[in-house]
Design a binder for this molecule. Structure first.
Ligand SMILES: Cc1cc2nc3c(=O)[nH]c(=O)nc-3n(C[C@H](O)[C@H](O)[C@H](O)COP(=O)(O)O)c2cc1C
Length: 394
């Protein structure tokens, strides 16, 4: 039987379906990483080096996957990571994902460069979303976004610090998304017409495609190229830890600093007053050659102890990966591509099924390890460092 006609049960099943629905340049934009994609590959591969400890006869009749994070009760230690332009992967994609997150009892993070605005997401959901911020040169615009997010009920800010400069995502150049060559533009337009379903459902009926949190700042509000140029000219490479103090003065909720890959930076984030950090290399999309996040997690978590919440993203494909990350020191994880593939493949229903599967997998894994509560997952339950393993279901 073809791999495409099966019931999707893994992130890679959704990925294959997403590849069939999306124009190639969009699929590559999601799938790709920076430069030679070494870090992208390591993020996933390194999870397979860790093995779990199996304990038996420990009464696991009431396994509980729930946890509390920043005062919110979560059905499991997982949140949807911010993903830019998600409204190009499914119609009003951010709204669909936020609804699925709410239904499954976990947070959704809205990107600075989302297609849907804070107000649009708020009006479609009851649960507060998390808002992700890039530091832009135009501080008045940053303040405007913060006020709008707060007015929309958001209490948790995810401040991304690993994008001082845009990473070199070579697939985007190859597909004509970046670089501005005529050959590239022709290639990009040709790819659009190979996916008529996408063209109608999202390309036409999914409009407007403007980056709605920024639209009053860009002259031609319907032109994505202008947005890209605007956003790239706005990333502020001069930002330092001092800017966190400015942010603190202008944001009364929690601040999570996303993009920490070094124990010294983790300590600096704590000193700057971060309520949480995300051990993240932007899904391998920024600095190629940096370690995988799962390999960095134990030393970073040890360096900050209980002073701040530690989250992790990068390479998580299933509930077993989540359990490993929690055991190695994370309080929670975020998933990026995993939810995007499910949404591009099957919309909100796909994200709902994916999240239900994550929870089932976390519960089954904990039960089979003889563990009933998330707090019991610690370094004692990770048994050894092993050779990478290839999953036959992938
Ligand atoms: C298509 C795509 C767009 C992304 N856009 C953003 C963004 O706007 N802001 C941000 O902080 N991170 C962004 N990220 C990074 C994710 O938040 C997250 O760190 C990463 O996807 C985690 O790795 P994973 O995809 O292996 O789960 C993006 C990732 C992808 C794949």
């Amino acid at each position: 039987m073809s791999k495409y006609n099966v019931v999707a049960v893994t992130t890679n099943d959704y990925k294959r379906q997403a590849k069939q629905r999306l124009p190639n340049f969009l699929f590559d934009y999601i799938e790709g990483g920076a430069n030679a994609e070494q870090t992208l590959q390591a993020n996933t591969a390194d999870f397979k080096r860790y093995t779990l400890r199996q304990r038996v006869m420990r009464d696991v009749s009431a396994v509980d996957t729930s946890t509390t994070l920043f005062g919110e009760s979560l059905s499991m230690p997982l949140a949807l990571a911010p993903v830019g332009m998600a409204g190009l992967f499914a119609r009003r994609g951010e709204v669909q994902a936020a609804r699925a997150a709410e239904k499954n009892g976990i947070p959704f993070t809205l990107s600075t460069v989302a297609i849907c605005s804070s107000e649009e997401v708020q009006s479609a959901t009851n649960q507060p979303f998390w808002f992700q911020l890039y530091m832009l040169r135009d501080r008045a615009l940053v303040l405007d976004m913060l006020h709008r997010a707060a007015a929309s009920g958001c209490k948790t800010l995810v401040f991304t610090v690993d994008l001082a400069l845009p990473g070199m995502r070579l697939r985007d150049y190859r597909n004509g998304m970046l670089g501005g060559s005529t050959k590239g533009k022709i290639s990009y337009l040709t790819q659009l017409f190979t996916r008529p379903g996408w063209l109608l459902d999202i390309g036409i009926l999914g409009k407007p495609h403007s980056l709605c949190n920024l639209k009053h700042k860009v002259e031609s509000a319907s032109d994505l190229d202008r947005y890209k140029a605007f956003v790239e000219s706005q990333f502020d490479p001069s930002a330092t830890w001092k800017d966190i103090a400015w942010l603190r003065n202008n944001w009364s909720g929690n601040i999570i600093i996303k993009g920490i890959m070094d124990a010294d930076d983790a300590k600096a984030a704590v000193d700057a007053g971060a309520d949480g950090i995300v051990v993240s290399n932007h899904g391998g999309r920024q600095l190629d050659g940096v370690s995988s996040t799962i390999d960095k997690l134990p030393s970073i978590a040890n360096s900050v102890g209980q002073q701040t919440k530690v989250l992790l993203d990068g390479g998580i494909h299933n509930g077993v990966d989540v359990v490993k990350a929690i055991a190695l020191g994370a309080d929670s994880v975020l998933i990026g591509r995993s939810w995007v593939y499910a949404m591009a493949a099957q919309g909100e229903a796909g994200v709902n099924k994916l999240l239900a599967l994550y929870q089932q997998e976390i519960a089954a894994t904990m039960g089979l390890m003889g563990v009933s509560r998330i707090e019991e997952l610690n370094s004692d339950v990770i048994e050894r460092f092993n050779q990478p393993f290839n999953n036959p279901l992938s």
